[in-house]
Design a protein around this ligand. Structure first.
Ligand code: VG1
Ligand code: CO
Length: 554
């Protein structure tokens, strides 16, 4: 049922509100099929427009990682923005906009926020996933107060407002830069790469990195047929003079070429093989679907993301953008304490936040931290309010250009100075929801009785469900992961993913510290072997999930 109100604006009534639009760790993420349900996308966007401050007369940024549904969603959002009195909508050619580039555009244009169309590292295509991420005026993921309010709005929604007629009929053309009007909305299509690249040139010494790449330093970058292809081609093969072919899988495809655009050793194994088994490359890197994650590899050397944050912290002054030093550093709770050790040595404040980039926003805005990171291949800084894959790659290249050594040397020297946090994450994906929650709730209930118990030859000194009080605004977030901290500083953490779309995903995080004088060159799975066995026995992981091995080991 529809009826008309203001010129060209239709009010579409919903028979009943959707009840499954709760944003997870990083926005609303569902199957593409679910998003194709009539009114589904529109319902969520209506809730966003009802909740986001400053919509009437404001500027909004929209774009996505190019997956199936991207361009269509931009048209819908443009029509709904017009119907809600947004003054200006900025999008990009092809609708291609990485998450970090979107964060930058929001800040640069003093927009009220942005809508990023991505399910990040989840596969795309008609049988894959789609997602909507909502960012605020600081350029970062909306805080829980906003996402909770959006969810609240979706549950009571009776309809939504949208401009009549297809967006293309109003002049929307994503093929090239230009502008048009949808009712009172001014819509601008700009190049999505230019501003981001200019920002990178302010932070890093491109001449020095180009010098490194011109020497005997072959690099392989895997864009995984996702959003970073155009950015990486411009940066590496254009500005830095790397040979053509340096950027692999550089064309964004609606289904990411059937792949899983998650830069880890399992899903980016082609790249991993080039670096870990072959001899032709000195440096390798990959980014995820929406360009905010990064994997760093050297010849015969995989850099654990927790270690990567620690290395960037220790060497930050080598990059021009950070030459003045850091205000502080933060990591998510499941991320290893490698960065903490560096921060302590440098006399820097160090914060531990829950999983998800939205928790770094206040600390960055308040100037309390400069760098932050997560174990899930996310690193970033105060240059924007999202994690930034290509930024991390450039930062590593800057460090290597300065030090003139291999990635493996950087790691060996780092551990030799600070000791090593052996670390691994085991993911059990797509397990039955009941089994996952049963396992998790059981350990949670057991926690009080676990204190002082023996665990892998150590004693359990803390057993809790992590909760966080934001040091800036005092907001409290509970239920952020079950921690078993052991008396020798090692630990195991259990979490259920908030980004999966099939069943549940159990994440098991394992960590143990060896000082600089200890054995620094073991296989992490062996170094953590006793913890792995102990948590399986305690949580009955294999029996309860029915899985003999994790889906992904990092
Ligand atoms: C995962 C990661 C988390 C990250 C989130 C979003 O969440 O563990 O560290 O912030 O994905 O990343 P979860 O709830 O599945 O563990 V992205 O690249 O999807 O924006
Ligand atoms: Co991502």
């Amino acid at each position: 049922m529809t009826n008309s109100s203001a010129a060209g604006v239709r009010q579409i009534a919903l028979d009943h509100p959707f009840d499954d639009q709760k944003p997870g760790t990083s926005g609303l993420r569902k199957s593409s099929r679910q998003f194709e349900t009539p009114h589904y996308l529109e319902s969520f966007i209506e809730a966003v427009f009802q909740v986001l401050p400053g919509v009437v007369g404001g500027t909004l940024v929209v774009g996505g990682d190019g997956r199936y549904g991207n361009a269509g969603a931009i048209g819908v959002i443009a029509r709904m923005a017009a119907a809600h009195g947004v003054a200006k909508l900025i999008t990009t050619t092809g609708g291609i906009l990485s998450t970090p580039a979107a964060s930058h555009l929001i800040r640069q244009h003093q927009a009220i926020g942005g809508i990023i169309l991505s399910a990040s590292h989840n596969p795309g295509g008609p049988d894959g996933d789609f997602g909507v991420k909502v960012n605020g005026a600081n350029g970062g993921p909306a805080p829980e107060s906003i996402t909770d309010a959006i969810y609240g709005a979706t549950k009571t929604l009776s309809g939504y407002r949208i401009l009549e007629g297809e967006a293309e009929a109003h002049g929307l053309n994503l093929a090239s830069p230009g502008s048009c009007n949808l009712g009172t909305l001014q819509l601008e299509v700009i190049d999505g790469v230019d501003d981001y690249v200019a920002l990178m040139q302010r932070l890093f010494d491109f001449d020095q990195i180009a010098g490194l790449l011109k020497g005997n330093f072959p690099v392989a970058f895997d864009a995984m047929h996702a959003v970073t292809g155009p950015y990486a081609a411009r940066i590496f093969e254009g500005l830095l003079g790397a040979p053509a072919g340096t950027v692999r899988n550089g064309k964004p495809l609606e289904d990411f070429g059937g792949g899983h655009p998650d830069p880890n050793l399992t899903y980016a194994h082609d790249l991993a093989d080039l670096l870990l088994k072959g001899d032709n490359y000195r440096f390798g890197a990959a980014c995820d679907g929406d360009g905010d994650r990064n994997m760093i590899l050297g010849h015969n050397c995989f850099v654990n993301p927790s270690d990567s944050l620690a290395v960037l912290t220790a060497n930050a002054k080598l990059a021009p953008g950070y030459a003045a030093g850091l205000a502080g550093v933060a990591r998510s709770m499941p991320t290893s304490a490698a960065a903490d050790v560096v921060a302590k040595e440098l006399g820097l404040p160090c914060f531990e936040t829950p999983t998800g980039w939205k928790f770094f926003g206040n600390l960055l805005d308040a100037g309390q931290i400069t760098l932050c990171g997560e174990e899930s291949f996310g690193t970033g800084s105060d240059h924007i309010r999202e994690k930034d894959g290509l930024w991390a790659v450039l930062f590593w290249l800057q460090i290597l250009a300065q030090k003139q050594c291999s990635v493996a040397d950087v790691m060996a020297n780092h551990w030799g100075s600070f000791g090593r946090h052996y670390y691994s994450r085991h993911d059990y994906e797509a397990i039955a929801s009941d089994a996952a929650h049963g396992l998790y709730d059981r350990i949670k209930a057991m926690q009080p009785a676990l204190l002082g118990q023996n665990f892998a030859g150590r004693s359990i000194s803390t057993a809790d469900d992590f909760s966080y009080t934001d040091p800036v605004d005092g907001a409290v977030s509970t239920g952020q992961g079950l921690r078993l901290l052991l008396n020798d500083g090692s630990r195991v953490v259990l979490r259920l993913s908030g980004t999966g779309t099939q069943g549940a995903t159990l994440r098991v995080y394992l960590e143990s510290y060896v000082p600089a004088t200890g054995n620094l060159h073991q296989d992490p799975q062996l170094a953590l072997g006793d913890l792995i066995t102990a948590i399986d026995q305690l949580a009955e992981i294999k029996t309860r999930t029915g899985m003999e091995h994790p889906t992904v080991i990092t």
